[in-house]
Design a protein around this ligand. Structure first.
Ligand code: ASP
Length: 436
């Protein structure tokens, strides 16, 4: 049995909603459906963005701000042949929003969309507020497992809104934007699905960013670990938190394209072991994908005898912690350490430098503000010597200066730092080298 999630683009027009209904009905295993709010369509805002505007309007202007959302759902109902289906719901929401808080208002896109699809499919609607629980604003995993067990027991053929749940007082709480992916994963685990199908508007995860590398292709199988590395480097087909619920239950995720039935999509499997058997990879290359992000800063700190000074690393990092700056990599030498972090404003940068100077009294400290990081990711690296050598050689042949190198002990990720100005050339050179 499958849990399926359809994203905003899939739900954006009456035609696409009917297409979604057809896809669901094509496979009788698709019994639990989670939906996003309708996304951008010709001349129309993403519903959640329109709802943000409603929440920002003062109480007396909210009804007017809600009018485009109301009209969009009325037209969607008409387009799928269910004229007037949501009138009562829309009236109630229009009354409630005058007093309602941000999360309630934001969640109504998913709520209405799930009601609409349930009507089209003739499935039952179950409100996410009854299933997904928050403790204050934090997702409460344990409680959610209990409420889902009760709420979904004996149920089949249901549509559930994504993106939100409720706290112990019944107040609606949303995940961060894009959070319907997380809701889908929670439902997949709750019903112990064989697979979590995530329908979107792309064919799957790409071996590299096609904006920079036009010949990039779709990855057929990825492991959760590889996905995390790639997502962190900016490959964001899925909400980053969405893998955790299904990972715990060893449920594979299958990314599929609502608008391209011929695309086989990307399967994300729990462990390396799944790479054999029915999930075997198309090509047996050492590298699965290459991803990169620009605009990092690196702070280089030199101090004689640094290697024997106990606690110096902790003191450096505590400065970053105090300013809430997350540290990405810490390549180090005997008497030096480099801290790589995402670009921050100049005020924070200056304060950080002063703080590090005070804390560790370095001989020299310098800052570089044009670093790009490129991650070469793949389980195949483990068993094959020479991957790092090939990467470095290739950059050297392309006359690209390598400014940082980091390889974790997990051996599935090699991080290379180059200048922002070399970023695109480096991506092209590396994808050429590893044929991804
Ligand atoms: N509708 C929400 C958003 O736009 C959640 C989602 O689509 O997953 O962020």
């Amino acid at each position: 049995m499958k849990a399926v999630k359809f994203g905003g683009t899939s739900m954006s027009t009456a035609d696409s909603i009917l297409r979604v209904a057809k896809i669901i009905k094509q496979d009788r295993d698709r019994r639990f459906v989670v939906v996003s709010a309708p996304g951008k369509a010709e001349g129309e805002d993403k519903v959640t963005d329109a709802l943000v505007k409603v929440s920002e309007a003062c109480a007396c202007d909210r009804k007017a701000a809600f009018a485009p959302v109301r009209s969009r759902f009325e037209r969607l109902c008409e387009g799928v042949g269910l004229l007037g289906l949501l009138d009562g719901e829309l009236d109630a929401i229009e009354r409630n929003i005058v007093q309602a808080d941000y999360c309630y208002i934001l969640s109504r896109g998913e709520y209405l969309c799930a009601k609409l699809l349930a009507g089209v499919l003739n499935y039952s609607f179950i409100d996410a507020a009854e299933l997904i629980r928050f403790n204050g604003n934090s997702f409460d995993d344990e409680l959610t497992q209990d409420t889902c067990k009760v709420g979904l027991k004996g149920k089949l053929d249901v549509v559930i809104p994504g993106f939100y749940g409720s706290d112990e007082n019944g107040r609606i709480v949303t995940f961060s934007r894009g959070g319907s992916d997380v809701s889908g994963a929670i439902v997949a685990r709750a019903v112990d699905a064989d697979v979590y199908e995530n329908f979107t508007d792309v064919d799957g995860f790409m071996t590299c960013d096609p904006r920079f590398v036009p010949h990039a292709s779709v990855i057929d199988v990825l492991t959760y670990k590889e996905l995390r590395e790639l997502a962190y480097m900016g490959a964001n087909v899925l909400h980053p938190e969405s893998i955790f619920p299904v990972r715990k239950a060893n449920i594979p995720i299958h990314i599929l394209n609502t608008f391209n039935e011929n695309a086989i999509g990307t399967k994300i499997v729990p462990t390396e072991e799944f790479l054999s058997g029915k999930h075997v990879r198309k090509n047996n290359m050492p590298i699965t994908a290459i991803a990169g992000r620009q605009h990092f800063f690196s702070m280089h700190i030199d101090k004689s005898l640094m290697n024997s000074e106990v606690g110096i690393m902790r003191r450096v990092l505590s400065c970053f912690e105090r300013y809430g700056v997350s540290v990405e990599h810490i390549p180090s030498g005997i008497d030096s350490v480099t801290v790589v972090f995402s670009a921050v404003d100049s005020e924070t940068t200056n304060k950080l430098i002063e703080e590090v100077k005070m804390e560790v009294n370095p001989d020299h400290i310098s800052l570089t503000t044009d670093i790009s990081l490129i991650a070469i990711v793949g389980h195949g690296m483990k068993s094959r010597p020479g991957t790092a050598a090939r990467a470095i050689n290739r950059l050297s042949h392309a006359n690209i200066n390598l400014r940082m190198l980091d390889m974790g002990a997990s051996e599935i990720n090699l991080i290379l730092g180059v200048s922002d100005s070399d970023f695109e050339r480096a991506l092209k050179a590396l994808t050429g080298e590893f044929e991804v």
